[in-house]
Write a protein that binds this ligand. Structure first.
Ligand SMILES: [Zn+2]
Length: 287
């Protein structure tokens, strides 16, 4: 099962990719417009108040929370409540994730879809929380058809049409130090967005116009990253286009001002796709 997962250390097995669903319907105010059985459940979740204790927690743990404008914060609070009602959270080996963990994971996952439609996460069946990094033994499929049997340390995994695994110790450390530009929730949920059209190829559902600019830009950045000439991005992004999107997403939300300065074209594409501007938020909040 693990061999077909997409995560930091395992290449996506595209042979398991299913056929594409319809493209993204992007309407940031359409949270309640979904045409499926979840509608009533979502509506119920939105009738409950967003607890003040969650607001305090998020303000304390996530630097970007206090940078959100009123409308964006309101939208985030809706998304978080629906996400928590909609997705099941499970722990590994008897571990029970706390409410605080669930709220923080949900908030970071929902930041990616602040400007997108909630149905991007339709096939996130559950979130599996491990208290620590998971060590995976057994064959791993690497680039070039190589199969490795070594031990892999996993901080997260995203499965096509399946759950997302998050190692809590890694995430909580990363959330405390956003300037390092690493965040396993941003990384794994970027893979889920990418997989939304049936395969993880670095091209999530987007308009034809954006796609036309996206694909050549991604190829060029991938090449520069492999040559060591894309300093704001983790070298792991050079693995393949799917990992590039995931790594670029981490930088877009964690170190947006630096990314915009060093990679303005990539930043502009991500801003168009995600329909939000974290660098502008950060600049406004520090002025
Ligand atoms: Zn990855």
């Amino acid at each position: 099962m693990i061999a077909s997962l997409l995560h930091r250390n395992v290449q996506l097995d595209t042979a398991t990719a299913a056929s594409s669903k319809s493209g993204a319907r992007i309407d940031r105010r359409s949270l309640l417009d979904e045409d499926h059985h979840m509608k009533r459940k979502h509506h119920k979740a939105l009738q409950s108040r967003f607890p003040d204790s969650w607001r305090m927690l998020l303000g304390e743990k996530l630097r970007w929370w206090s940078m959100l404008g009123d409308a964006d914060r309101e939208r985030m609070e809706d998304l978080i409540r629906v996400f928590l009602a909609d997705k099941s959270f499970e722990g590994t080996r008897g571990f029970e994730p706390s409410e605080e963990m669930k709220v923080q994971i949900a908030a970071q996952a929902c930041l990616l879809i602040l400007g997108l439609n909630y149905d991007f996460y339709d096939d996130v069946t559950s979130v599996i929380v491990s208290p620590t990094i998971v060590y995976h033994n057994g064959p791993r499929h690497l680039d070039g058809g190589i199969v490795s049997d070594d031990h892999a340390a996993l901080s997260g995994q995203a499965m096509l049409h399946g759950p997302v695994l998050i190692a809590w110790d890694r995430l909580s450390d990363q959330a405390l130090h956003p300037d390092r530009g690493h965040n396993v929730v941003f990384h794994e949920f970027a893979h889920k967005l990418d997989m939304r059209n049936g395969s993880g190829n670095g091209v999530p559902p987007m308009s034809a116009e954006l796609k036309q600019r996206w694909e050549p830009a991604l190829r060029s950045i991938l090449q520069r990253l492999r040559q060591g000439n894309a300093v704001s991005l983790d070298g792991y992004g050079g693995t393949n286009p799917a990992e590039l999107l995931a790594v670029a997403t981490e930088a877009f939300f964690d170190i947006p001002v630096r990314l915009q300065r060093d990679e303005p074209d990539l930043y502009g594409l991500l801003r168009s796709f995600y329909r939000q501007d974290p660098a502008a938020r950060q600049t406004a909040s520090s002025s």
